[in-house]
Design a protein around this ligand. Sequence first.
Ligand code: AMP
Ligand code: ZN
Length: 135
Amino acid sequence: MDCIFCKIVSGEIPAKLLKETDHSISFLDAFPLAKGHVLVIPKNHHQKIQDLNENENSDLFSLVHTMISKVDSISGSTLLAVHNGKDAGQEVSHVHVHLVPRSADDSAGAIHSMFDGTLKLSDSEIEEMYNKLKI
Ligand code: AMP
Ligand code: ZN
């Protein structure tokens, strides 16, 4: 499979590896959006979070938890992001969690600034989503 992150896991292409656990690794993003932009990925190739098994999932988010205090020490505020699917902006189809140090004067805003803010849901649409998503 032609996956750049699988090649980082296998050592076929280099990366600035920060930490390795049983099922995950963490390394510097090669095209950082901010100083200290870190990625955390599972070693096995899965496209989406829900494709991870329980061990992989807990190992991945445990490593996110380990790395967040390091990354957060850079600016004191950090964006955590997962693009879970192509239409959500996922360019590399191997699960990855972004840890991006933020600052008040960077060019990114709040999550609502990613959307045009015009969506209005009717009560029945809200009810429909509620019924669809509740477990
Ligand atoms: P996404 O757009 O959410 O799929 O994020 C993919 C991320 O992978 C981007 O932030 C890229 O800068 C990063 N990236 C791409 N190639 C490499 C690489 N060889 N080593 C480290 N990070 C990479
Ligand atoms: Zn992969």
